[in-house]
Each structure stands twice: as C-alpha cells, then as structure tokens.
Design a binder for this molecule. Structure first.
Ligand code: DC
Length: 222
C-alpha cells in the first residue's frame, strides 16, 4: 500500500488539494481533522468544557466513529451512527477540536483507526502529526503551509460560501490562536517531520499547488 502524509496548519489548503490528488491517483483521502472535530462536537453537545481532560476522557468510551466514502470518494463522518459531516465544520467546533486534540487519551483513541486505513488502502492522509506519529514510514511526507493572512483569507471565503456569518478579522485571530494551540502543545505538536518536503503555497494558486503535489506523488517509487 502507498501512503502519503500531508501535514500543515489550518487553512493551508490541505483538504481541497488532497481531495483532488486522491481522485487523480485513485487513492482514499483521509481527513483526520474530522475525527478530532467529531470528538469536539460530542464534547460540546454533552456540555463538557473542552479543556476538561478527566471529563473528556470519560466521554471516549461513549463514542463510535466511522468514516464512510460516497461514490465520489468524499469522506462522510459518522458519530454514533449520525452523519455529522456538516456539523463538525461549524467554527465553534474548531476550538473544541483543537482543545481535545491536545489530550493524549484522545490521540490514543484515534491512532489505530488512522493507521488501519493506511493498512487497507492507498491513502493520502491529511492532519497535523501524520508524518511524525501516525505514519512515520509513509512513502511520502509533505508539509503544506502558507502565511496566516493567506490561510485566513481562504478559510473566510470558504465560510462565506457556506453562508456562515463571520468576519475576516475573526477568522484570522481564531486561526492564529489555533496555530499556537496546535504547535505549542506537548503531545504530537504540529511540526514538519524531518524527512518531509515543505510546500509553501502562499504565492501559488490552486492549480500550481495541485501540480506541485502531483509531481511529488508521481515521483514515489511504486
Ligand atoms: O484539520 P482541521 O482544522 O479539521 O483539524 C481540527 C483540529 O484537530 C485542529 O485544531 C488540530 C487537530 N488535529 C490534530 O491535532 N491532529 C490531526 N491529525 C488532525 C487534526
């Protein structure tokens, strides 16, 4: 099986790019952020504070997560049998996801699920610690990044398209906060693996980034 690890901060374009690359090479696209978001959503729904390690840990045995794929290869996320694919994208869930993702029991809970996907399928897996922790032996590791302003602008446009009421300033400040949270945590912080290729998309448009990625995947020795 071939595995491509794609890590990087929020809004770097990982998911849009990875979806297209997966389609191009007929790989499965695994959005691991959706797993943390689902736990974040469950935490929020149960009125548990997102930083309460004990209570969040107690919730874990009550959670059953499944990733399913529709005919277009689009991942749908199921939380205890309910399709939460859209609910987990709400901005308030992002903070919950970021907070619970800093907890070791949460990361352990999700580790084998992610690794099993890579055992079964050719995958392009998008996350924060895929190249460093989840798939340290991935065939290719890419760390995608872009300036915070560029990332916030992309995320803002995405949210507007979904009619989610927010401002650019709000998105930018939330993004900077989340970057800090994700990269300064003790467990599996956001950082490029030593053997990752860094792809900075600040000055690249979507097609240019897509081509750069495809070239890297094509160069894998199959
Ligand atoms: O990629 P995303 O924005 O959907 O991720 C939501 C949160 O989950 C983000 O704050 C970081 C966390 N996350 C993580 O810690 N490890 C991953 N492999 C994926 C996401």
């Amino acid at each position: 099986m071939i595995s491509v690890a794609l890590d990087g901060p929020a809004g770097a374009g990982k998911s849009t790019l990875a979806k297209r690359v997966a389609k191009h090479f007929n790989f499965i696209y695994v959005d691991t952020g959706a797993l943390y978001r689902s736990i974040g959503l469950f935490t929020q729904r149960n009125n548990v504070a997102s930083k309460d390690l004990t209570k969040v840990t107690e919730l874990l045995p009550l959670i059953k997560l499944e990733m399913k794929y529709d005919n277009d290869g689009i991942q749908r996320m199921f939380l205890n049998g309910e399709d939460v694919t859209d609910d987990i994208r709400l901005p308030e869930v992002s903070t919950y996801a970021s907070d619970v993702s800093a907890m070791l029991p949460v990361r352990d809970f999700l580790l084998s699920m992610q690794q099993n996907m890579a055992k079964k399928y050719n995958v392009i897996m998008d996350g924060r610690d895929i190249g460093t922790v989840v798939l340290p032996n991935a065939d290719l590791k890419i760390f995608i990044t872009a300036s915070p302003e560029t990332r916030a602008k992309r995320r803002f446009i995405e949210l507007k398209e979904k009619d989610i009421d927010t401002t650019f300033e709000e998105v930018l400040s939330e993004m900077i906060k989340r970057d800090k949270n994700d990269s300064e945590r003790d467990i599996a912080p956001l950082k490029a693996a030593e053997d990752a290729i860094i792809l900075d998309t600040t000055n690249l448009d979507f097609e240019q980034s897509f081509e750069a990625l495809c070239k890297l995947v094509s160069d894998i020795k199959w």
